[in-house]
Design a protein around this ligand. Structure first.
Ligand code: XIL
Length: 388
């Protein structure tokens, strides 16, 4: 039991790293080494380069089954996939009791045909605009905490139960920590239940699929103030013996502003707590976006017109992005024994959600461009992963 389950989510894309070089093989290996030093690391993919460290994953379109041009890039580079939207509470159960599994089922079938492991995302999204409104209502009143938890249990039983044994990892609760001064984000969930809903979500998910690695997932949770809340949450879950398997750092970063030290401090803190980390939604936006939320949103009109790289991303920007990614993967490599997965959010620049969020612009945040060709950042990442 233990070893099968460990294999289900703990798979490190096991295999030989440069081992077994004999005769002709050795010559080829040397050649590969020379080429590696000269330019791109010949023949390496993300999954081969990260072998023995962590599985490489990616969040992909729910319609991947139709996107045949994506398939070869996807399966060459990645071993795990997260559906971008179709398993979220809203699409799955927008009306109470009326579950929609058309896309999730198709997604699961595609993944199984292509021998890709699946990360389910997400059972509870602790934000009001991401929770179907009926969850919170009881007639014309607010639902009691008991009713809210009952509905949550039904949702989790139905969704995680349907894919029991076939989802390697679940994002059980998404984005429950507050960005401001509160511990938890104000929402119908925290208002009715306090942090109890998070504990219960983990218990219900574990009962529905005992073998899946269960994740608490959030953004900016490496930044010191939110990290303190994360540590508090992990300690509470541990004290209550909740089946927390890992915490997720979404990893939506901005060029030139990746918080390397905060990330490292968080990796160390989680290791100390004995909890694994997944990097769940990695991308590096080349058009800094923080001003969108600054000063009560007063720059939005101006920002909405900003689209500096619509004719292409300048080489110096791609270089800086490559350097940022290389430094990041240096950290991931250093803490690899405690990292259960590194996933990007979207397969290539043309599919990135950052072309639309938080305003519409032509973005270039990933390792592959719109032609699905590797960018300088791809080479930089592979080189860091395979370097001695
Ligand atoms: C995003 C999707 O990529 C978009 O297509 C959708 O419109 C909104 O959600 N954090 C998460 C993901 O946990 O689910 C979000 O995905 C990106 C931020």
């Amino acid at each position: 039991m233990q070893s099968t389950e460990a294999k289900r989510w703990g798979q490190k894309d096991a295999g030989m790293i440069g081992g077994g070089c004999l005769g002709v093989g050795r010559v080829l290996c040397c050649l590969a080494l020379v080429l590696a030093c000269a330019g791109a690391v010949a023949g390496e993919t993300l999954r081969s380069a990260a072998r023995g460290m962590f599985p490489m994953g990616v969040g992909i379109s729910d319609r991947i089954g139709n996107l045949t041009n994506d398939w070869s890039l996807l399966t060459a580079q990645f071993s795990m996939v997260t559906p971008e939207n179709c398993m979220k509470p809203n699409p799955v159960q927008v009306v109470e009791g009326r579950f929609n599994f058309t896309q999730p089922d198709a997604f699961m079938a595609f993944a199984s045909e292509q021998k890709l492991q699946v990360v389910g995302h997400c059972l509870v999204w602790a934000k009001d605009d991401r929770t179907p409104p009926w969850f919170y209502r009881e007639g014309t009143n607010e639902a009691s905490s008991a009713l809210l938890l009952e509905r949550m249990k039904k949702h989790i039983d139905t969704v995680a139960g349907r894919y029991r044994g076939r989802v390697a990892m679940w994002d059980v609760v998404n984005e429950a920590l507050d960005d401001g001064t509160n511990y938890l984000r104000p929402s119908g969930w925290s208002k009715a239940c306090g942090e109890e809903f998070i504990l219960k979500a983990f218990e219900y998910a574990h009962a529905a699929d005992p073998g899946a690695l269960l994740i608490y997932n959030d953004y900016n949770n490496e930044l010191p103030a939110k990290r303190e809340k994360l540590i508090r949450l992990v300690q509470t879950l541990q004290k209550r013996k909740a089946p927390l398997g890992a915490i997720g750092l979404q990893g939506h970063y901005e060029i030139g502003q990746v918080p390397f030290k905060d990330i490292e401090d968080t990796l160390i803190a989680m290791k100390k707590l004995g909890v694994k980390v997944v990097v769940s939604e990695l991308d590096i936006d080349v058009i800094p976006r923080a001003r969108w939320w600054a000063d009560g949103g007063k720059h939005r009109e101006e920002l909405a017109k900003l689209d500096p790289y619509k004719e292409g991303c300048p080489p110096e920007v791609l270089r800086q992005q490559a350097d940022d990614y290389a430094k990041l993967f240096g950290l991931f490599r250093k803490y690899a024994p405690n990292i259960a997965r590194v996933s990007f959010w979207n397969l290539h620049d043309g599919e990135s959600w950052l072309n639309d969020f938080p305003w519409r612009r032509v973005n270039h945040p990933l390792l592959f461009d719109r032609e699905r060709k590797p960018k300088p950042a791809f080479d930089a990442v592979v080189r860091v992963l395979v370097s001695p």
